[in-house]
Design a protein around this ligand. Structure first.
Ligand code: PGA
Length: 259
């Protein structure tokens, strides 16, 4: 059985002082209640990364550190951008690719998503490819095809080594930050579909996460009933207790302790 993965996407929240505090709190929670079956990753804003990786290392907090975005190029005249080698140098191990907020608000096209996933994995970063449909697309009954197209466009052309670094996060846009999580049936249908499409692209082993209004209350039922390998959490990752509770719910399920 694969290990589960729970990632906390902080988005544009928490300055570096708040970030250090949150990671220290996670360290305390982790020593009280270790998560034996779950990889936990925090995904802070760029400016927090150095402080967070330092605290994780010096206080041995059992969490990985990811970034929210990366430019596909290695260096050059790209004001405001950050490259994969820069992230690697900081001890960052993973990066979100194509989050719907980047696709929608910062015009990240499918082509740029594909280039970004290529670059991230070529430099040894684990790439968390975010896919998911809008409400219009779901209401038109097109969500399965839409997500399959997003997957094909981003995942074709990766080498074997690159493919091993890919995780897929299904995040329906209508469920992000709305408090209205997808139902377990909806998550199960899409997770199964993603696994079929991923297998056809030689990614049968990729972990599939769900994201969209996941919280300490709904995490247990979703992970038990939908077949996901974990979660990409936004709002509920900004407080140590709620984030760790989500990890505990997943850990319980994987340990067979869930009721
Ligand atoms: P949310 O965000 O948990 O606040 O809905 C999820 C995400 O965008 O990754």
């Amino acid at each position: 059985m694969k290990r589960a993965l729970v990632m906390g996407n902080w988005k544009m929240n928490l300055d570096y002082v708040e970030a250090v505090h949150l990671v220290q709190q996670l360290g305390v929670l982790a020593s009280n209640r270790p998560l034996d079956h779950v990889d936990v990753v925090v995904v802070p804003p760029f400016v927090d990364l150095r402080s967070v990786t330092s605290v994780v290392e010096s206080e041995r907090v059992p969490v990985g550190v990811g970034a929210q975005h990366v430019n596909p190029l290695e260096s050059g005249a790209h004001t405001g951008e950050i490259s994969a080698p820069m992230l690697r140098r900081l001890g960052v191990a993973s990066v979100l690719v194509g989050h719907s907020e980047r696709r929608q608000m910062y015009s990240m096209s499918d082509d740029v998503v594909a280039q970004t996933l290529q670059a991230a994995t070529r430099h040894g970063l684990a790439g968390v490819l975010c896919v998911g449909e809008s409400l219009d697309v779901r209401e038109a009954g097109q969500h399965l095809d839409y997500v399959a197209d997003q997957l094909r466009s981003a995942l074709e052309g990766l080498s074997d080594t690159q493919r091993e670094l890919v995780t897929i996060a299904y995040e329906p846009i209508w469920a992000i930050g709305t408090g209205l999580s997808a139902s377990t049936d909806q998550v199960r249908e899409m997770t199964e579909h993603i696994r079929v499409v991923a297998s056809s692209l030689s990614l049968a082993n990729a972990r599939v996460l769900y994201g969209g209004s996941v919280n300490a209350e709904n995490a247990g039922a979703i992970v038990r009933e939908s077949g996901v390998d974990g979660f990409l959490v936004g709002g509920a990752s900004l407080k140590a207790e709620s984030f760790w509770s989500i990890g505990e719910a997943v850990d319980d399920c994987y340990a067979g302790r869930a009721t």
